[in-house]
Design a protein around this ligand. Structure first.
Ligand code: NDP
Ligand code: MG
Length: 396
């Protein structure tokens, strides 16, 4: 590894991508951008290329490549432009790359994230859906390649920081009793249940504490995000679902906690700003400035906690059931959720139908073993098909 680390940012135009580039730009002596990818926000991607001067940029198709190449050349940049999933996998696995930020949203991120894992990179994992879909195979690939997997999700990064360095021996061996996963409760924590049928995508995306992409914002409102994070935690830290407790903590100051057998509970606190976990993972095991303001406990004044309400948040129950069923169940859950969230954002279904649709779709399919990646994509495709059929029958 050279002194300056070369970074690929998959999903550079998104919320996590931009925060990552903000941290990287604060430390030009430590980090250099190797590659950036974008999907629909091409103008933004061009701007990022001008600012960060990557060697490679990746776009979805030939038309986008032509547009971007023209723009790059007009700026005097020689950036190479690659296309599609093959291009994403190339920049994730390229020999010049030291670390990959996996920040594409949804199942679309699975292949490129796995490419980085298989190439033995330092992988900064924001794309939780990739791990949820392919858990056992993903973690086996990490062990086989010797990749260093560092969690970006604020909760998992917090847990990672509260665990001893040798937690890979097994959490019971290092004295952990349980993991406490905090959740803000999102924008609808106090909305009267009868009003949930009328809430809009704009309301769902207006998170009280975090500024994020639209898909994860809806997941946070429904608490499917916490459900996906429960599954993510089981894989990252090798724990059973019943060892992970969800705690609603509306201030989002404590990012999660680890409960040890001696009664000690360690927590990681900070302002709700993703640049903290990003900087933590980028520099790990060192610490670098992230640009995040110091925590002002006097301004926060109080921290509240409550148990999650599974009547209000049925997605949390569905995710816990999928975590317990294992095998293809989390991939099926994730796929149905991706279709449901898109449909809600397009106003084809109402907010309560997100959970209703996912439950119906899951009830229509058997849980099957996932022997290889092909089986993961099959489970994903099957669940999407059932979800699309549900939409044709019930959607607007
Ligand atoms: P955004 O929607 O802001 O960004 C998503 C990124 O993925 C964009 O760069 C987008 O490109 C790209 N993208 C979208 N679809 C595709 C596709 N089919 N193929 C290739 N690239 C695609 O999401 P976030 O940054 O909020 O989230 C990214 C990931 O990080 C998610 O998995 C989320 O769960 C996770 N995460 C996010 C947190 C946050 O605070 N935002 C916190 C914890 C986890 P374009 O915009 O150009 O279309
Ligand atoms: Mg999170």
């Amino acid at each position: 590894m050279s002194l300056v680390q070369r970074i690929t940012v998959l999903g550079a135009t998104g919320s996590i991508g931009l925060s990552t580039l903000d941290v990287i730009a604060r430390h030009p002596d430590r980090y250099q951008v190797f590659a950036l990818s974008g999907h629909s926000r091409l103008q933004e991607l061009l701007g990022l290329c001008v600012r960060h001067r990557p060697q490679v940029a990746v776009v979805p198709d030939d038309q986008a490549a032509e547009w971007l190449t023209t723009g790059l050349r007009a700026e005097g940049l020689v950036t190479e432009v690659l296309v599609g999933e093959a291009g994403l996998c190339d920049v994730a696995a390229a020999p010049e790359v030291d670390a990959v930020m996996a920040a594409i949203v949804g199942a679309a991120g699975l292949s490129p994230t796995l490419a980085a894992v298989r190439a033995g990179k330092k992988v900064l994992l924001a794309n939780k859906e990739a791990l949820v879909m392919s858990g056992a195979l993903f973690m086996q690939a990490v062990r086989d390649s010797g990749a260093v997997l560092l969690p970006i999700d604020s909760e998992h990064n917090a847990i990672f920081q509260c665990l001893p360095g040798d937690f890979g021996r097994g959490l019971e061996k290092v004295g952990v009793r349980r993991i406490l996963l905090t959740a803000s409760g999102g924008p609808f924590r106090r909305t009267p249940l009868a009003e949930l049928a009328e809430v809009t995508p704009e309301q769902a995306c207006a998170h009280p504490n975090w500024s994020m992409g639209r898909k994860i914002s809806v997941d946070s409102a429904s608490m499917m995000n916490k459900g996906l994070e429960l599954i993510e935690a089981c894989w990252l830290f090798d724990v059973r679902p019943e060892q992970v407790e969800v705690v609603v903590h509306p201030q989002s100051v404590i990012h999660s906690l680890v409960d040890y057998v001696d009664g000690s509970v360690l927590a990681q606190l900070g302002n709700p700003d993703m640049r903290t976990p990003i900087a933590n993972a980028l520099a790990w095991p060192a610490r670098i400035d992230s640009g995040v303001a110091p925590l002002d406990l006097f301004a926060i004044a109080r921290l509240d906690f409550e148990a999650p309400d599974e009547v209000r948040f049925p997605c949390l129950r569905l995710a816990r059931q999928a975590a317990q069923a294992g095998q293809s169940a989390p991939a099926a859950l994730n796929a149905a959720n991706e279709v449901a969230v898109s449909a809600f954002l397009e106003r084809r279904i109402r907010y309560p139908e997100i959970a209703g649709m996912i439950e119906d779709v899951l009830n229509q399919q058997a849980v099957v073993p996932l022997a290889d990646l092909g089986a993961v994509f099959d489970a994903d495709a099957r669940s999407r098909q059932l979800a699309e059929r549900w939409l044709q029958q019930h959607g607007r």
